[in-house]
Design a protein around this ligand. Sequence first.
Ligand code: MEV
Length: 310
Amino acid sequence: MFTCSAPGKMILFGEHAVVFGRPALALAIDLRISCKVSSSDQYTVNGHAMRKRHHAYISASLDEAWDGPPIDVDTMSKIPAASGLGSSAAVTVSCIASMTSSKGRLNPEKIARMAFEVENKVQGIASPTDTSTSTHGHGVLVSPHKLDDFLWKIEKGTLVWNIHHCDVPRLRFVVGYTGIHAATGPLVAMVKKLVDAENDAKKVIDRIEEIVLAGVEAVKKSDKRRIGDLMNENHTLLNQLGVGHPALDKLVEACRKHSYGAKLTGAGGGGSMIALTDEPDRVSKEIEMAGGEAIPISVGCDGVRIERRA
Ligand code: MEV
């Protein structure tokens, strides 16, 4: 068995809409979780007896990927929990990788598939965006269509998500964490109910899809102004879906002056926002002055990897 680590993620465009099979663009970030698995005489997590409800993602990962004798699972995280930065995906991916890596080799497609099943089970509904980004790293374009740089395909019911590698240009982002924990499952369920019931909400999802497609082109050209404008519009649309929060708006507003654009990232309802900027120190100060925690990040980092033999 091995110690493996996996990165968190930020969704640049397309969260929530991707749950309906629409495209999304996500980038791996340089905050990681590592997971060490070693043999034991009982199941433990970080020295405590494993409890299904308390350790939902790890326990579901065991059900999905492990059929051996009891193990100790030890995790170390640099990603704030329930912050919109992909901590549950990273813990799931790094645990599954540690359980399934054999002869020092990882099978990313198998890990991404299993990790998606775990997130879907624990969250109730999910897209494979977070888990595939944490597995592959770099940038990930999720699309209903198979395009260049295809990695793997994940299906659930009638929905198909094609996962593609995406090169990430040098872009500087600052995360603003509100400190407000927001569980993804209930937010996704709320948006689904709204979109199923209201035509206006469906139109918002249609517009988010257009933003993702335009965003992919802007990222290819490294066109920061265009990326920023699209981020601002995506933020407004997410508010229209009801997943915003006054604390997020406050941080987004505080960053506007020295950023190309800013938006909430992930499920919303609290959690984090991101700002694209050439002045990360200035934007970090603005976030802190507005009551948030500023986390300057690098994007496009490695996906899941083996750190050492356990
Ligand atoms: C959460 O990081 C992203 C959502 O789109 C949910 C998902 O894709 O599973 C809100």
